[in-house]
Design a protein. Structure first.
Lengths: 414, 325, 292
């Protein structure tokens, strides 16, 4: 990969760009808190997220001709054109710090809503605090299914969770089997975190329900110095499909180690995370042509919905990267929240909650392949259809579900 | 020169005045974010005080106290969520388990010297972390979300108010301080000083010193586990990384080292400086995403260690000496 | 579990172990010289990997060629860190052990922060190198070339270090300073100069390790954390102060890690390393080859 100095400069510029906004919008503004890991091992996600949120705020606050809620006017018309101001906070992947930051944002910065958090463990405590203060929380990019099942009134998630994602994968397997492909055995490879555990639990259950045999279920320690032993077991199992749930670091090491040990997986269907990160494909993309990852975003949509490409360009100008599964969900998180605040015509937590409950945003007005955004009684949007993307020739192509696919899957992997 | 007894009496008076002032603080400071920092500061002061008993006075530098912290948090939470045992009993249970484990581990590890001991404590805590990470019944990586049903002293849960936690932490800190204060003048305290001043004395005192170290390990682990149980109630969610990771071991040792290791006031002084610094740099600089908070935090630690190797408490004792002359 | 699996595991473990040894030897050297554990050792490794990466990204220098340059740069860095920071930590009259632990710990945090500031938190890796991704297959046992070269470099570095300490004047000065810093001052050896060179040498060794690692590992500001604890355990297992101990310790750690993963779930493989460390020090409280 090329070391991108522009990234560094633009990063500073993006932060700087928010400052004058804060200064000029004093008279009428709506303050929304954004809690992410901005230092420590997952800082990269947080830093990219800042730019995704900044892009969303820019669309809301300035005039753009997109069929996206709030893009066409300046600010929030329901609140007399008030501008959205974001306050970022750093939780360093620590649930206690996330909790403290949520409390600070609510009591000191007077935010009327919070969006977060990447790590599911932090989403647990942040959403608890939001519940206690009656402040709506949108879980933009947490995919742990347990999150919305805790009976919280102020918790909302517009994006799919791991069970929905995994179901999409198994639907795809079933479809391939009907076409006569042989898919019998699966190998799960997941990290020992909430993400890895939830993902593998969902996959184990689906495999049992639909008659697939799990021949290896390997849990590994995240950020291990070596994955040699793990890969050997995968190689010995040599399943029809390898299903990794790994972040970027371990994803890169997994693919490299597989190459070193002469193991070529028959097929790889990844639970997103590292497998939607540019850094992984920059590092090892040439070794895994045809890898499939679940996702909630697809740039293919730009052909059908030109604004997707244009908004992606705005994000790319800030970050030097295309939208991926995370940054697109983060972007939508803020749009959905701002839309609700606008309809609530108020910054009162209960009123915003009512507006969120009433949300019914058609899929065409988002940048996602979703059918619509409408929350169930637990705050989960069940209409957020995940997609499967296949990496080929240096880019991702949507291959499932059928209504979103633009190409046939290449199966087995070349 | 002021006598030992006089100094001890004065320490007690100073401690009483400080505790009384601290107890009044929430009447002036109503901001929950600042109150949150005060709770954490008191908690780390107490934890560091507990660490200091073993690490400072006995000279057994442990960087594995996260194990006891995590055991306290897990025992309380598991007993409450699985068996409905009130946290107050869980707290004592966690403390007792930790104390027993500390003695069981102390038996083989106290023979180790210097860095061998330090690394042994680190790897034992890491083993604990890995086991909890893979223990499905205890929630494994998913952690445990403690159900909060309104304010209750009985269940030690409070939705918004920080005050109950504040006063608990204050009492906890005072108790840890008093135990240290009492130990300084006990026969254990004398032995430990004797061993430090004169390594040969260690030989002749061998067995009794070994036993006293076991005692110190038990007291230290018990208090640390109480802190862990408190933390679980305070955050109302625990997972292995957030209660048992290496960073807690460091955070327990750091205030004592920066304030003055093996001193009565060092841990409190260190915590009062370090914890607000950590929290404020993260809150007000960390949002930039550029790592500036880490740069500041790291620089401050390096500078304090270099400028005041004996701890910041040295600033006070020098003045004191001049006065007494 | 087949014989092939076991042989493959042990072979991979051995290669990884030699690399752990190379990562750890700088730590062992510095400790042996002046009784200081560098808790920023993982961050030294991180810096060395970044230097390799930037040499590759800006000047297209292959990590293999860059290794001596990285070692040289890290030599300077190590010496400067001693002169600017660690030297002052040595002045402490009491608790010198704690002071240096926390000084170097603060340094570690500082280095991570600086890396995030200047290099961004993005994950980097070297995509095209002469050896990267190549692998040799011997009767069904796969040996990745970068690790194989790393193992050879490690053996060579240990050999050279042994020769250096035993046979050269400076090596003897190092050894003498280690044994009795006070007496050395009397015969006119500048203690600070020796220590600075010792830190430089420690830096250079971790620099070599970093250049090798850059061929097959990802690079980001927190990468050192994955290796730091293993490096400490390696050094302690072999015995603090023993250069040969670090070599043996590395091999043992690599083999134990590989065999634990055969017996236990892989997420517990570090437990094997830790348990062996505890077992060794309970029997031999100064590690396998420790002299002090």
């Amino acid at each position: 990969m090329t070391i991108n100095r522009r990234n560094v400069v633009l990063g500073g510029a993006a932060v700087a760009a928010l400052l004058p906004l804060a200064a000029r919008a004093q008279t009428s503004e709506v303050v929304i808190g954004v809690i992410y890991p901005l230092s420590g091992a997952s800082a990269q996600i947080g830093v990219d997220a800042q730019k995704a949120f900044a892009t969303a705020a820019e669309l809301i606050n300035e005039k753009h001709d997109f069929d996206l809620p709030l893009a066409r006017g300046e600010g929030l018309p329901g609140l007399g054109g008030a501008k959205v101001r974001l306050v970022f906070a750093d939780h360093q992947a620590d649930p206690q710090k996330g909790r403290a930051e949520a409390e600070r944002l609510i009591t000191q910065e007077k935010v009327c809503a919070i969006v977060g958090t990447y790590q599911s463990s932090v989403a647990v405590t942040v959403s608890q605090i939001c519940e206690r203060y009656s402040i709506p929380f949108i879980s933009a990019d947490n995919s742990s299914p347990s999150l919305h099942r805790r009976g919280l009134k102020f918790y909302f998630r517009a994006a799919p969770h791991d069970e929905m994602f995994s179901t999409a994968m198994f639907d795809f397997f079933d479809a391939q089997k009907k076409k006569g492909q042989k898919i019998e055995t699966l190998a799960l490879f997941h990290e020992d975190t909430i993400f890895g555990t939830d993902s593998s639990n969902a996959q184990l259950k689906l495999a049992a329900d639909r008659g697939y045999k799990v021949v290896a279920d390997i849990k590994y320690r995240a950020n291990s110095p070596s994955l040699t032993a793990e890969v050997q077991q995968l190689k010995a199992a040599d399943a029809d499909v390898l299903m990794p749930s790994s972040y970027t670091t371990d994803g890169i090491l997994l693919i490299k180690t597989m190459g070193e040990l002469g193991y070529k997986a028959k097929n790889i269907v990844a639970q997103d995370a590292g497998f939607s990160e540019k850094a992984l494909y920059d590092a090892v993309g040439d070794k895994i042509p045809g890898v499939i990852s679940r996702g909630s975003f697809s740039l293919d949509l730009a052909a059908k919905r030109p604004m997707v490409g244009k908004i992606n360009d705005m994000y790319k100008a800030k970050s030097g990267k295309d939208f991926n599964d995370y940054s697109s969900r983060q972007f939508m998180g803020l749009i959905v929240m701002a839309d609700a605040i606008n309809r609530a015509k108020s910054t009162d937590g209960d009123k915003i909650r009512e507006a969120l409950v009433a949300t019914d945003m058609p899929g065409e007005q988002t940048i996602m392949p979703w059918a619509r955004v409408k929350f169930d009684e637990m705050g989960q949007n069940n209409f957020a259809d995940p997609v499967l993307l296949q990496y080929n020739g240096g880019k991702f192509v949507t291959i499932a579900p059928p209504q979103a696919a633009v190409a046939e899957a290449i199966w087995p992997m070349p | 020169m002021e006598s030992f007894a006089q100094r001890r009496r004065r320490d007690l008076i100073v401690a009483f005045v400080l505790a009384a002032l601290a107890a009044c603080a929430p009447f002036v400071i109503k901001d929950v974010y600042v109150q949150n920092i005060m709770v954490l500061t008191l908690m780390y002061a107490a934890l560091s005080q507990a660490w200091n008993i073993l690490g400072g006075y006995c000279g057994q530098i442990s960087l594995g106290h996260a194990l006891y912290f995590g055991l306290g948090a897990y025992t309380t939470t598991l007993l409450f969520t699985k068996f409905g045992v009130l946290p107050w009993f869980g707290m004592l249970g966690g403390g007792t388990i930790s104390a027993l484990i500390a003695m069981a581990l102390g038996y083989p590890t106290f023979r180790l010297r210097g860095h061998y001991f330090v690394i042994a404590t680190i790897v034992i805590a890491e083993i604990g972390l890995l086991l909890f990470h893979n223990w499905d019944w205890a929630g494994a990586a998913l952690g445990i979300d403690i159900p909060v049903r309104g304010d209750s002293w009985l269940r030690f849960q409070f939705t918004r108010s920080k005050l109950p936690f504040f006063y608990f932490a204050l009492v906890f800190c005072c108790v840890a301080w008093l135990i240290t204060w009492w130990l300084e003048d006990s026969k254990w305290g004398y032995w430990w000083r004797a061993v430090k001043d004169n390594p040969d004395a260690a030989e002749s005192l061998g067995v009794v010193v070994f036993n006293s170290k076991m005692g110190a390990a038990a007291v230290s682990a018990f208090l640390t586990a109480i802190g862990g149980a408190f933390y679980a109630q305070f955050v109302s969610y625990i997972d292995p990384e957030s209660v048992m990771s290496f960073q807690f071991s460091l955070l327990m040792a750091l205030p004592a080292v920066l304030g003055g290791i093996g001193t009565l006031w060092g841990p409190v002084l260190g915590a009062v400086i370090l914890i607000p610094l950590t929290e404020l740099t993260r809150s007000f600089i960390g949002g930039s995403g550029r790592g500036v908070d880490l740069i500041l935090y790291g620089t401050v630690i390096v500078l304090i260690s270099l400028a005041r190797p004996e701890g910041l408490i040295g600033l006070f004792s020098r003045k004191r000496k001049e006065v007494s002359r | 579990m087949t014989t092939a699996t076991i042989i493959q595991s042990l072979a991979s473990g051995l290669l990884m172990g030699l690399l752990y040894g190379l990562i750890a030897v700088g730590l062992a050297l510095i400790f042996g010289l002046m009784d200081v554990t560098n808790f920023a050792h993982g961050e030294f490794l991180m810096l060395a990997m970044y230097i390799s990466f930037f040499l590759f990204a800006f000047f297209a220098i292959d990590p293999l060629l860059a290794a001596p340059l990285v070692a040289a740069a890290m030599f300077v860095f190590g010496a400067v860190i001693y002169l600017v920071v660690v030297r002052f930590a040595m002045r402490a009259k009491t608790n010198i052990g704690m002071v240096q632990i926390f000084t170097t710990f603060g340094l570690a945090i500082l280095m991570r922060g600086l890396a995030q500031y200047f290099f961004t938190p993005d994950y980097r890796s070297i995509t095209q190198s002469w050896l990267g991704g190549k692998t040799i297959s011997l009767g069904g046992v796969f040996l990745p070339v970068p690790q194989l070269v790393g193992a050879l470099v490690s053996i060579a570095a240990f050999g050279a270090l042994y020769f250096f300490i035993k046979k050269t004047d400076f090596g003897r000065a190092l050894e003498a300073t280690r044994e009795d810093a006070g007496a050395v001052a009397l015969v006119g050896i500048d203690k600070n100069k020796v220590f600075a060179l010792g830190w430089g040498l420690g830096g250079a060794l971790v620099g070599l390790a970093g250049a090798i690692m850059a061929m097959f590992f990802y690079i980001y500001p927190d990468v050192g954390a994955s290796f730091a604890l293993i490096a400490y355990v390696t050094v302690a297992l072999g015995g603090f102060g023993s250069v040969f101990g670090a070599f043996a310790g590395g091999i043992i750690v690599g083999l134990v890690e590989a065999s634990t993963a055969l017996l236990l779930p892989p997420s517990l493989k570090s437990v094997g390393i830790y348990a062996v460390y505890l077992l060794v020090v309970f029997i031999r409280p100064r590690g396998l080859f420790g002299s002090i």
